[in-house]
Ligand binder design. Sequence first.
Ligand code: SF4
Ligand code: SF4
Ligand code: SF4
Length: 598
Amino acid sequence: MPPAGPGDVTDQAVGHDATLWTNATRCRDCNRCVRSCPVKAVRKEGGQARIGPENCILCGICVRECPQGAKSYRSQVSRVEHLIRTAPLVAASVAPSYMAAFTPAEQRGLPGVLRGLGFGLVAETAVGAEMVARASRGLINQNPTGRFICTACPAVVRYIQRYKPEAVGALFPLASPMTAHARYLKTKYGPQTAVVFIGPCLAKKDEALREECQPSVDAVLTFDELIGWVKSRGLSFVQAEESSFDDFRPTSGRLFPVSGGFAKTAGFSTDRLDWFILTATGPNSVREAVDFVTQAKDPVVMDALVCPGGCLGGVGIPQESSRFALRMAFLNSVGKTTEAEAVKGLEDAKDSDTAASAVAAADLTVHYPPDLKPIEAPDEAHIREVMARTGKYESSDELDCGACGYNTCREKAIAVIAGMAEIDMCIPFMRRSAELKTDAIVHNSPNAIVILDRELKIVHVNKKFCEMFMTSEHCRGRHISYFMDAEPYRRVIEGETARHDAILNLSAYGLVCQQVIYEIGEADSLQLVGILINLTHIKKQEAELDVLRREAIDRAEEVIDRQVEIVQEIVKHLAKSAAETRSTLTRLTDLVERKEDR
Ligand code: SF4
Ligand code: SF4
Ligand code: SF4
């Protein structure tokens, strides 16, 4: 069950009427849904996986497979609540796989819980399975040489309509047990009766809407949706009062969801060695089975269900235990319930019973038209041109590795042309492109780069390293100590320091470098990267600048000393001249005074 499961997204919230979609915010572009989709209905757009509704058969495999829980399907809980408020009678048609979805204690409370939710009638879809099985047996007996595909599975029907239209004629022209049961209930309880199917199946949501299946059920809930709804109402299956289903109690019809169930219900041999009735479950097996029936020469009846192991593997059933454990628990429950119930089954119904006449009156026919929307096959030149864009020029270039989600490079190229896939989904091509870009960056780096293994032996050197250390790429395998001190590398590899960053004087090479060392990779693939930024030129320029600076300072000091000397000389002369002037003036003053005295 995906975290973004049913019930938490409504039609209004997603703003479209698709049954199944991808939550863009959760999709991590891992291609798992592309890989697992049996009909390649997942379209990649801008790194997001989107479901193409016209091609999707609603098998639900991508819902189970998506590791991010990014696939959500339409919840119809609010529609059912609306029906309960407005319809004169709402009947629950519960698929037989409830015996796998719930524990025996929960099964006993199930009818009571459904009545508590507002259902006026709680019946088992297995009654519809018995009606269909009986009609199928009649058809087979009328056409003993026919080749038939008998299926209760709308995903198988949809697969045939869309992808194998030539096999549509082999489909029994009969309704599924779900639709047959709905028609029977509407015949018996009145056409205004709203019927809600509750089961494990996503594809039933689509079947209920298909034109050729009308009239059918009015809504479809998965068991997961029911469980969520019951929880939200504060109800409990275990604590509910034990009660029985209404209407007929089915018997072998409860086996329909498992392989061989149809044959058993229709009264045919279920011996696996019987050549006439074959069973196919799981998408690959169904594909082969459909091809087989269309080409078969001998009479054959193929019972086909798309989910692995049958409907017990449906997406709407909680998958808490293994498929085999689920099947065993289911068969055990069916056996015990059928044995314990001393209630009349459909097979024992007398024609005079009103119920039996409703069965007889219900129209079980459905004519499945082929879906003739063309699936265009691109021409060879176009396929080759697309393959060439991911470096596939010859058949030896086609790895067919499946990493893109497609089985072969050719299939992927066809999907690109159909707009379903993107060129960059080819993982080997993208990795090689990234490697080439990285190689180019490393190769043309202005710094020397050396990559060492755990033993400090050279794994890779770039062009600049070869230039600076006067070596060639053939130095691979040499210990780093051949070129420089290995100690800083040892300290990083032994975890003494996460990163080394220091200036290194390599006088033997006339180099001064800034050396940066760090680890890349993990555990066994751990490597060391050494980057040597050549500072020799800068250091030389710095030294020359130093000399110039010192010379300039010396010169300036000389000039200043000279200036000081000159100033001192001037001061000395000025002092001497001032003294002489003073003595002359003193003498003149004396002479003048003497003359006046006389
Ligand atoms: S539901 Fe099935 S057919 Fe549809 S996209 Fe998912 S895997 Fe494909
Ligand atoms: S196998 Fe059953 S549950 Fe799965 S898609 Fe078919 S009908 Fe639905
Ligand atoms: S080589 Fe690329 S295109 Fe071919 S199968 Fe692998 S991932 Fe897909």
